[in-house]
Ligand binder design. Structure first.
Ligand code: NAD
Length: 363
């Protein structure tokens, strides 16, 4: 069956790593394993230069129509002074909002060959495979009121509002349970129910939802303890589900257990379509457009390839192919190939294209 992708390379190294994705797609299609068709659009600074907005309505329509969106990175000094509503990140935010992407998936996988690059000891991180599921569209980043007011006595008062409704908690919990079913069947739900009402509701709704998943082992953990346990004994976790704020912090902490920014993939999923059951989805590396190395052909394409692997897994249920791609990445690292950001003594330094070609050859 033909599957449609919409590629949004964006700016800086986004265009360089997306060029390698196109090679990967061509290889997969030629091997007969997939039948992807794709179009390419503009987002971020590139879209601003062409259309005066961070993503055009026409490209937004294409993103809505595709089976999955593959996103590179946006931003750069050239666009630092564009009007706030048209800044490059506005394209990313519009995509998340219009596609209804409420679940952000951030895996933290430690490749054995890179275990020394972690800030923790090898034995703590080798074989690490955590998936953090972060609620992305609610909570304190969006709750109203959100304001700074003058108190008239020379003081100011700032308010952010942490707010969740039960449906928002229920749907993210179910994403975590569904994903845990494809992995270790263990979910830690992190909140601050000891001091926050939103945490009390979070825990109540998660416990109710798990009743539909008798095969899942659910654990409650306070978010501050989760942070501590992530650096003490990270391998105790399989899937962790948490709100927008705690997820932002915990996923960055977990990410650094694995070494470099150039290695980190992510996925964002929406609700299943009531008719087809398919979720809207966008896959993107965690890193930005890296203006300091853009145009040099030295960016690490692994975060982008690992994000594509997540698309194979979560949008197209091509689990075997996703595993093959992940294994190919691991194998080239074992062979000693390194881009500059993950370079180690005794390894061979390669360019973006050389790294991507080596991974494709392993496939
Ligand atoms: P960045 O992630 O672009 O770069 C941080 C550092 O990591 C740089 O030294 C960069 O060279 C390095 N790096 C990042 N990805 C790499 C890769 N694949 N291979 C090798 N090295 C890599 O973050 P930044 O410098 O804070 O931001 C640069 C621009 O990117 C800014 O305009 C920022 O707003 C934007 N940004 C975009 C996104 C996104 O598109 N999702 C995310 C973060 C930052």
């Amino acid at each position: 069956m033909t599957q449609s992708l919409f590629l949004l390379p964006g700016d800086g190294i986004g265009t360089e790593i997306m060029a390698e994705v196109e090679k990967l797609i061509a290889h997969l299609n030629a091997s007969g394993k997939t039948d992807f068709v794709y179009e390419t659009g503009l987002v971020g600074g590139a879209a601003y230069d062409a259309h005066g907005v961070a993503i055009s309505d026409a490209d937004m329509d294409k993103a809505l129509a595709a089976d999955a969106v593959i996103f590179g990175a946006v931003g750069g000094p050239k666009w630092d002074d564009v009007p706030y509503e048209h800044r490059p990140e506005a394209g990313l935010l519009r995509l998340r909002k219009d596609l209804g992407l409420f679940a952000n998936l951030r895996p933290a996988i430690c490749y054995s060959a890179l275990a020394e690059a972690s800030s923790l000891k090898r034995e703590l991180v080798e074989g690490l495979d955590i998936l953090i599921v972060r609620e992305l569209t609610g909570g304190v980043y969006f709750g109203e009121p959100k304001e700074i007011t003058e108190l008239g006595n020379g003081q100011k008062r700032a308010v952010d509002t942490q707010v969740y409704e039960s449906y928002e908690i229920d749907r993210i919990a179910r994403v975590a349970f569904d994903l845990a079913r494809t992995r270790g069947k263990k979910v830690h739900s992190a909140d601050k129910k000891n001091v926050m009402k939103s945490g009390v509701l979070w825990d109540e709704v998660v416990r109710e939802a798990v009743k539909d998943y008798p095969d899942i082992e659910l654990h409650h953990i306070l978010a501050d303890n989760a942070a501590m346990q992530l650096v003490r004994n990270p391998k105790q976790f399989d899937v962790m589900v948490t709100d927008n704020l705690f997820g932002d912090i915990l996923s960055d902490a977990a990410a650094m257990l694995t070494g470099s920014l150039g290695m980190l993939p992510s996925a964002s999923l929406g609700a299943p379509d009531p008719e087809t059951g398919k979720r809207k989805a966008m896959y993107e590396p965690v890193h930005g457009s890296a203006p300091d190395i853009a145009g040099q052909g030295v960016a690490n394409p692994i975060a982008m390839f690992a994000s594509f692997s997540m698309a194979l897994r979560y949008s197209f249920e091509m689990i075997e192919l996703a595993v093959a791609l992940d294994t190919a990445i691991s194998d080239v690292l074992e062979d000693g190939l390194r881009t500059g950001d993950i370079m180690q003594t005794g390894c061979r330094k390669v360019t973006t294209a050389e790294m991507a070609d080596a991974i494709i050859a392993k496939l």
